[in-house]
Design a protein around this ligand. Sequence first.
Ligand code: NAI
Length: 416
Amino acid sequence: MEYDVKDLNLADAGKKRIEWAERNMPVLRAIRKRFEEEKPLNGVRIAGCLHVTTETANLMRTLKAGGAEVRLAASNPLSTQDNVAAALVKHYGISVFSITGEDNETYYRHLASLLDMKPQITMDDGADLVATYHKKNYDFDVLGGTEETTTGVIRLKAMADNKALKYPIIAVNDALTKHLFDNRYGTGQSTLDGIIRATNILFAGINVVVAGYGWCSRGIATKARGMGSNVIVTEVDPVKALEAVMDGFRVMKMEKAAAIGDVFITSTGDINVIDKIHLDKMKDNAIVCNSGHFDVEINKNYLKDKAKKSYTARDFVETYIMEDGRRINLLADGRLINLSAAEGHPSMVMDMSFANQSLSAEYIWNNYKKLEKKVYVIPTAIDVNIAKLKLKTLGIEIDELTEEQRKYLSSWEIGT
Ligand code: NAI
């Protein structure tokens, strides 16, 4: 079996962590059990370019239980948990190509190793694997792929619009049981977790500026408020901005917020959301970090060029001393803070995201002949099924429409 991980001696520690995560992933466990019995992915080659975490390990185990041959590489050079990668190779017989902190060349060499298996299905988190496949003329066709995150879906939709997309994609991110929970509650909690682990700051009583009021950013804003921060939201979308206002947040331009904030968190998918003019206005000792997919949201090159000095104050904290003596602390070099300094989303929420991934892989395998080269929203039946399963595992029962209610409601739908 081919693989490239840091150290196989870490495998036992990784296995314990994977099993710990599994305890909080009941929906995925139920899918794995069915997959073990039915083998719906028998012989299918699946390549995953995802964060190499304990939760992803459980997704890989599920796909393998369904009969698939799987390979995994990181979708971000900083998020790999080396003991998890080692455990997947040693204890679960899964080929992993990923080492935390790998350089750009290694990162793409690892993606090439995924494509060496001639995958029939790809799973992406940020669309780097799809993009790598599209850059060369490979001698095999991919039947379909899945995409885990907002930024990846945006990239793939642009490729589809330009008629450049070579195979169909299921936008797992767009499932309600994904972004309403993973992006909001998962990113919300784990972003603060990453900041706390990196800095040990107290959130109570400080000014936290959150850029964006989308699914991730509203989660971050809400959790920061829950911890006692005075939260300021910046937005470019008038409706989202209004929502933030009505939810009780202060909303203003980043230019104004820059002078007030103690901690700045971006999660927009956009470029230079914190730019030169903002960095120039920040208070001494401001903390700046990002939870959006790419490390483009903070103009870190400006910090690097303009600072007279910089030093690593703690793991994941680089302090830049500006000409005027102000210190600006950039966390995790502007990369996803929750996956760099913390462990990413808690298993309980990844349970649903990866249930969506597993069922989407099964859906692609069963339906690829009918699918066109475009980005599909996940079928509603899968979404509803996952919500039902999750409620069941939480021991929560809900009402069902009676026949009378169903008739009443559908009569309104047809306008009678
Ligand atoms: P979204 O589309 O729901 O929200 C993005 C928001 O940012 C929008 O409301 C948009 O109007 C706003 N925005 C865009 N440019 C802005 C600017 N210059 N200033 C202020 N606001 C601006 O997207 P979602 O799902 O919240 O994802 C955001 C990013 O986070 C994406 O890059 C996504 O891939 C990533 N992501 C990260 C995760 C993590 O674990 N850290 C998990 C899931 C998604």
